[in-house]
Design a protein around this ligand. Structure first.
Ligand SMILES: [Zn+2]
Length: 303
C-alpha cells in the first residue's frame, strides 16, 4: 500500500529555475492530496506525473503567495479539462473570497463542485477522515495565521492466519470479530486466544507538514512520533535574527523540533533563495538530528 510524499517545490518566496516554491503531492493508499500550491505547481505536477484530475483534496497552509498563487491556475485547468469529480479545499477563510472574486470577474462557473472548508484560527481540527486515512490541522506560529497538517493511516486490522482458522474450524461469521482482536469462543465454550488465530497488523504510517513557522515547541504534541516530518528551515544559524524577525526557522531549530517530537526522519525545505544548494542547512540540522534530508524538487519519499 502506497504512502508517498513528492516534493513539488522546495524553495521559498520567489520561483527560480532551480526551485519552485512550496507544494507537495501526497498519495496515501490512492487518496490524492495536494499540500500547498505555489505558482507553477500545475507544471510541476505534469513534470513529476501527478494525476491532476484525480486530486481529492487541496490543503493551503496560509495566504502568503509562495504557498497558494498557483491554485487559481490549477482550478482553471481542471475546469478546462472537463473535471466533474468534486474537490475538497481546506484553507484560511479568506481564500474563498479570493477564489470567488477571480471566478466572478472572469464570469466562470467551475464545472465541478469545489467544497471549501475553512481552517479555524488557533484551533486544531479534524479535516478529513475515511475508512483508512485521516488528516488533522493545527496552528503554527507565523506572521499571518498559518496551519500545519498531519496525515495518518488509521490502524490496520489484525490478519487472519488461514491454516489456523481452518484447523480450528472457526465459522466464517467470526472472521470480522477476529480481525477486530476478539478471542474466539466456540458454542461449547472452548476459548482460543486471538493471538493463536491472527497476526499483528501492519504498522500505520504518518506524515506532518510544518511550513511556515517560527520555532514553536507548542506544535510538538501534534507531530509526535511521525514517520516523516517536513519542517521549514528557511535560514542557517548565522541568520537566526532574520529568522525570528520573519517568523521562520533555522535548520537547527527545525532539527530540535524533530528531535523533541520523536520523529523518525526530518525533511528540511523552504530554503531562502540566497542558498544555492542546501548543504549548509542540512549539515547544521544533522548536528542536532542526524536523520535529516534536504528537500529537492521531484524527490519522492516512500514511507
Ligand atoms: Zn509565509
Amino acid at each position: 500500500l502506497r504512502f508517498s510524499v513528492t516534493i513539488l517545490g522546495s524553495g521559498s518566496a520567489i520561483p527560480t529555475l532551480r526551485r519552485n516554491p512550496s507544494a507537495q503531492y501526497i498519495n496515501i493508499q490512492e487518496r490524492h492530496f495536494l499540500m500547498d500550491c505555489a505558482e507553477g505547481t500545475q507544471l510541476q505536477m505534469r513534470r513529476y506525473e501527478v494525476p491532476l484530475q484525480q486530486l481529492n483534496a487541496v490543503f493551503i497552509s496560509h495566504l502568503h503567495g509562495d504557498h497558494y498563487l498557483g491554485l487559481m491556475g490549477l482550478l482553471s485547468t481542471m475546469h478546462l479539462l472537463g473535471r466533474r469529480l468534486p474537490l475538497q479545499l481546506y484553507g484560511p477563510p479568506e481564500l474563498k473570497e479570493v477564489i470567488d472574486f477571480q471566478l466572478h470577474v472572469g464570469r466562470t462557473t467551475l464545472g465541478f463542485p469545489l467544497n471549501f472548508i475553512p481552517l479555524i484560527k488557533d484551533e486544531t481540527q479534524d479535516l478529513y477522515s475515511d475508512k483508512m486515512v485521516e488528516v488533522k490541522s493545527f496552528p503554527l506560529k507565523h506572521r499571518i495565521p498559518c496551519w500545519g497538517f498531519r496525515f495518518n493511516e488509521k490502524p490496520f486490522k489484525r490478519k487472519i492466519i488461514k491454516e489456523k482458522v481452518i484447523r480450528h474450524k472457526i465459522p466464517v461469521a467470526w472472521m470480522k470479530r477476529l480481525i477486530d482482536g476478539e478471542d474466539y469462543i466456540s458454542e461449547d465454550g472452548k476459548l482460543i486466544a486471538n493471538k493463536a488465530l491472527t497476526e499483528d497488523p501492519k504498522r500505520s504510517r504518518s506524515y506532518a507538514y510544518c511550513s511556515d513557522t517560527a520555532y514553536d515547541e507548542s506544535i510538538i504534541p501534534n507531530i509526535r512520533a511521525v514517520d516523516l516530518l517536513y519542517h521549514e528551515a528557511t535560514f542557517a544559524e548565522v541568520l537566526i535574527k532574520r529568522a525570528h524577525q520573519t517568523f521562520h526557522s533555522t535548520a537547527k531549530e527545525a532539527a530540535s523540533i524533530a528531535l523533541q517530537a520523536g520523529a523518525t526522519k526530518l525533511v528540511v525545505g523552504h530554503y531562502s533563495a540566497r542558498y544555492r544548494n542546501p548543504d549548509e542547512i542540512v549539515n547544521e540540522a544533522r548536528q542536532v538530528f542526524s536523520n535529516t534530508v534536504a528537500a529537492e524538487d521531484g524527490l519522492i519519499f516512500n514511507l
